[in-house]
Design a protein around this ligand. Sequence first.
Ligand code: ADP
Ligand code: MG
Length: 725
Amino acid sequence: MSAQNCCGLPEHTHDKNNNHNQPKGGKGARVTIPIGGMHCPACALNIEKSLNCVSGVIEANVNFIGEEVTVSYDPHRTDIEHIKRAIVRPGYLIKETAWERAKVFWSERIFLIQMAVCALLVIAANLIAHFGPAPHHLVWKLTLADIISLAVIVIGGYTILKGAIQALLVWDVTVFSLVSIASIAAVVVGAYKEAAMVILIMLIGETLERVALRKSRNAITKLLNLAPISAIVKRDGIESEISADAVRPDDVVIIKPGARIPVDGIIIKGEGAINESSLTGESLPADKKEGATVYSGTINEGNAFEMKATKTGDDTSFALIKRLILEAETQKAPIQRIADRYARYFVPLILLIAVGVYAATRNPYTAITILIVACPCALVLATPTAVVTGLTNASRHGILIKGGQYLETLGGLNSLLIDKTGTLTSGKLSVTDIVTFDTTENELLTLAATAERHSEHPIARAIIRKSEELKLPIPESDNFEIFKGSGVRITYQKTTILVGNNRLFSEQQIDIGQDISDAVAGLENQGKTTLLVAQNNKICGVIGLSDTLRANAVDTIRKLKQMGLNKIALITGDNQRVASAVAKEIGIEEYYAQMLPEDKVKKLKELKESGFRVGMVGDGVNDAPALAASDVGMAMGAFGSDVAIEAADVSLMSDDLAKIPEAILLSRRALGIIRQNFTFAIVYNIVMMFLVTQLVHEQHNMVWGAVAHQFSSLLVITNSLRLLR
Ligand code: ADP
Ligand code: MG
C-alpha cells in the first residue's frame, strides 16, 4: 500500500468554483484544473511531464477520464499562471471558461475536417498521377500531383509538427518527433505523394484510436452521469423541485416511483424497492421500509416514499464513489511506470537505428520507413488502455479498485486472510442463550444493552435488537470506553459495567468462576460467540450469540482454492472454538483466533515478510488497520460504510462473497492483457524493422510502413477493450 493512498484520499473537493485549497497539514497548495484536448492516456503523461518541469510543482496527477489535473505546489515558488502555462505548452487546452470550452469543442472538430480535406486531396493527387495528362513540371520540378501532395503535408502535418515542437520545448522526443522527421526526410528526397499518404494514414489511425479510447471513457462517464440531478423537497409543507446539490441535511425529500434518489437518507414514510445496481452491481431491487437507509444514485422501483436527508452534496455515498473512481484513474500501475521509462529510451533508439540503417544501405526510403514503423505508440498504449478498461469493468460489477497498482497486486496475490464477523458471516447476530449468575435474564440483557448502546459492533447491535424486542429499557450511560476487538466499559449510576470476551475479562482480572467458565465452554463448543457481563467487577452472566454464514461462503472458498491461492486463512477476534468451527464448516484449514486489531496487522506483516503476497478481506469493523497493512485490502459490503471504503484498496460494494474471486480473476485477466500487449508491441516492432530492411527499397513501399504501424496501435487498443466485456 502506498503512502499516497494512506494520506492522499479525498482531501480535495471537486468544487469547480472553489478549487484552490490547502491540503491538510502540508505546506503546499493544491489546485484542480479541467483540461481539454487529451485523446489518449499518453497525453496525460505529457502533461504530467510538462508540469513536473515547473519548479515548485510537488506533484501532478492527470485524470484522463475526468479530464482534469490536480497539482500540488509550493505557492512560494510558483503560481497558478505558471501551472496553466505548463499545461498549454505541450498543446493542451484549459477548459475553465465558456470561451475555452468552445475552443476545445472546435479543436476536436477541426481535426476531423483536416483529415477529410487531406483524404480528398490525396485521392485527387493519385487520380491525377494515374489518369491525368502526362505530368509536366508546373513550378520548379513539381507536377500538379506533387503540389497537391505538398498541400496535404502542410495541412495534415501541421498538427504533427506542432506536437513535435511542443514536445521538444519540454525536452521530449515523442512519436510526433519521429513522424515529423520521417515526413521531412521524405519531402527532402522528393517522395511527396508517399509523405502525404503516410500523414493521411497517421491521421486516420489517430482518429480510429480516439474513437476506440472514447469507448472506454464513455463506459466510465456513463457510470458517473448517473449522478442525480434534481430532488423534490418538502419544506414548510410546500413541495418544490430543486437541484440535488441544494438539498440540505434534515430536508424531507419525496421519492416518486422510478425516481433516482438524490441524497443519502432514511425512509420516514412509506416503503420502496430500491435498485442499487448503479453502486453495487446487484440488479435485484431491495425492499426498504421505514427507518432503512437509502443511498444517492440508486433508483426507486417501488412506490413513492418520503425520506429524511442525512448526507448531501459532496458527502453522499455517490459523491464518494465518484471521487474514488476518478482518483483511481490517476493512480498508475507500476508496470506502466516501467513502460513510460522504456518509451523514453525507445524514441532516441529508433532514431539511431534509422541513421544506422541509412549509413549501411544508403537507401533513404528504408530508413524513413523504419522511423514510421517503429514508433512506440503501441507500447505507450499497452498498459493505460488495459488499466482503464479493467477498472471500468470492475466498477460496473460493483468492485471499486482504487488504482492501477491494486489491479496489478490483486492479480498477483497468492494468499488471503479473511475476517469472520461481518465478512464470512452476515454480521447479523442473534441472541440465542442467556446464562445468569445472581440476576434475572432481563436484568442481564439490560446491563449489556446499556453498555453497548453506543457501540457499532455487530454484537452490540444484536444485543440492542434483542432488548428492544423484549421492550426492555436502555438507559443512557456515561464514560463510554471501547476496547477494540474485545469489549466495552461504561459507568451507569455510579456502577461500572463491563461487557466483552474472555480475554478482556482476564486482562481486567475479573474472576469468572467455574460455573460461568463451563457455560462459556458449552456455548463456544456449539460455535457460538459469547459475551460476558460484569457489574462493578463482579460477573453477572454470559450471553451466547450465533451468526449465520453468508450464502456462498463454502463455494467461494472452494473457488479461491481452485484459483491457486495457496494460503487462505480465517482471522478473527472471536474465540478459538468458534473460529475452528467456522473454518471447518467452510473448508479452510488455517485460522487465527482471538486477534486484536493490532494482532491482525502483526500477522499480516509476518506473512508479508515470509514472502507471501497477502490480501485481506474485512468489513472495516476492527480490521481497518489490517486492510491498510495488507498488500491489497478488500472491504466486503463496503457500500454505505465510508470507513471501510476509505481503508480498503478494493471495495466490494455488495454483500456477495463471490465478488472476491471475481475481483481477483478480473485483475488477473487485466494483467494478462497488459502482458500480451507488451509482448506484441515489442515483438511486432522488432519484426517489422527487420522486414523493412528486407522489403522496403523503393519510394512507394513507404506507405505500407504507415499502415503496419497503425495496425499495431489499433490491435493493442482493441485487445484492451476486450476487458470491457
Ligand atoms: P472479527 O475479527 O471476527 O470481525 P472483531 O474483531 O470485530 O471480530 O471482534 C472480536 C471480538 O471482540 C468479538 O468476538 C467480541 O468477543 C469482542 N468485542 C468486540 N467489540 C465488542 C463489543 N462492542 N461488545 C462486546 N464484545 C465485543
Ligand atoms: Mg469483522
